[in-house]
Design a protein. Structure first.
Length: 435
């Protein structure tokens, strides 16, 4: 469908919305974490509910290039992967990671721990602007030789390694929690016990909790005390692992209920979810939505006629991937909405703080940009083409505004393939009409 969509893609407002039930695809964050840990395991793991997207294919292709036996069935949403037991088969590889931050960060640490040779990792132009220096510094403290080839703290990278010796490393995680997650997943392959120290504030804590839960599913023990993470050498145990639907993707459908004043049920996400982005529901509750979380599904009902409550401030640092969704909802509030705590979102696929402010101003909104977020004062929506900056979340979140107001068009709609190739089909399911 992506190839047949016009560019820009006009979004048609929905009238008389009653409700819908959807199931988003598997979580990108869980898929790539499970792939990384399964790659180090002894034996063959089966992953179900796996997301098939640009980012996950980057990870799958890289693991294949590193010599692992990977059988991906995108129709069945399954992957069978035979792990290396802690030592990668390939001692030389060049990996192109496109703009997948999770992939390049997880792979760099995995290679440093389980590789025996020289490896190169690179990506698109934007990837060469995304920071990875703090992870490189931590790996070098543990005995690897990792260099940023352009000496700017960003990819491309060269990794020369005979494995990690163990010991203690300090990992700065102010720019991304993925640095700590990458080290946690690679640590079991080190030759000795490894201690990770995180000074200062750790951003996106729920993602670190998610990493720990995935490791535990593969039998890896992690202990934590006073900001120190301790992981002993151990081989993950191959297992069957079910990937939950993506909570970040679900935020769009929860937000659609809020904006349209209807009811949306998302299946597969409930009380047992390991994903921190379910906390986006806290934002919707505060804005006047009714939220019901059950064991295997979550339902959101927006206030009548989408009359949402403004005049609020939300710290979205731990759930920054839903900040753009919150921005779309804020357009329809009865007062200003401020989002804080997302300075690290400036280092994502685009500078998400600046991008949100720029595009909302095009749509007639009064916006103030802060170092760590933005304030949105709702105004009547002005028709405009929304630039998406090759950022899937810009396309998906701003499309929601067009469900209620005329004249919203989304440039480069195909960019959603990064994490949600079926987004536009699911939008059709939600609205009951063709795009």
């Amino acid at each position: 469908m992506l190839d047949s969509l016009p560019d820009p893609l006009p979004i048609t407002p929905v009238e008389g919305f009653g409700g819908a039930t959807l199931r988003p695809p598997g979580s990108k964050s869980l898929t790539n974490r499970a792939l990384a840990v399964a790659a180090l395991a002894e034996g063959t793991s089966t992953l179900t509910g796996v997301l098939d997207s640009d980012d996950t294919r980057v990870m799958l292709n890289a693991l294949t290039a590193l010599g692992l036996d990977v059988d991906h069935n995108p129709v069945a949403a399954t992957v069978r992967i035979t792990g290396c037991g802690g030592e990668l088969p390939a001692n030389d590889a060049g990996l192109f990671c496109e703009n997948s931050g999770t992939s390049i960060r997880f792979l760099t640490a995995l290679i440093a721990a389980a590789g025996r040779g020289t490896y190169r990792l690179d990506g698109v132009a934007r990837m060469r602007q995304r920071p990875i220096g703090d992870l490189v510094d931590a790996l070098n403290q543990l005995g690897a030789e990792v260099t940023c080839d352009l000496a700017n703290g960003c990819p491309p990278l060269t990794v020369h390694t005979t494995g990690l010796s163990g010991g203690t490393a300090t990992v700065e995680s102010g720019a991304s929690s993925q640095f700590l997650s990458a080290l946690m997943m690679a640590a079991p392959a080190a030759r000795g016990p490894l201690t990770l120290r995180v000074p200062g504030e750790l951003v996106s804590v729920p993602y670190v909790v998610m990493t720990r839960r995935v490791l535990e599913a593969f039998g890896v023990r992690v202990s934590e005390e006073n900001g120190l993470f301790h992981i002993a050498p151990q081989t993950p145990t191959a297992t069957e692992y079910a990937v939950e639907p993506d909570a970040s993707a679900a935020s769009y459908w929860f937000a659609a209920a809020a904006i349209l004043g209807g009811t949306v049920t998302v299946e597969g996400l409930g009380t047992g979810s390991v994903q921190g982005d379910m906390d986006f529901l806290r934002v919707l509750r505060a804005m006047g939505c009714e939220v019901r979380i059950e064991e295997e599904k979550t339902t959101v009902t927006g206030p009548p006629h989408g009359r949402l409550k403004g005049g609020q401030t939300f710290d979205m640092g731990p759930i920054s991937d839903t900040a753009q969704t919150a921005a779309a909802v804020a357009v329809f509030a009865d007062g200003p909405t401020t989002v804080t705590g997302i300075a690290h979102a400036r280092h994502k696929e685009t500078d998400r703080v600046a991008a949100v402010v720029t595009e909302l101003r095009k749509l007639g909104q009064e916006c103030e940009e802060h170092a760590d977020g933005f304030t949105i004062v709702p105004k009547p929506v002005t028709p405009a083409i929304v630039h998406t900056y090759d950022d899937h979340r810009m396309a998906m979140s701003f499309a929601l505004i067009g469900l209620r107001e005329n004249g919203v068009q989304i440039a480069d709609p195909g960019c959603v393939a990064k994490t949600y190739p079926g987004f536009w089909q699911d939008l059709q399911t939600l609205t009951g009409r063709e795009l």
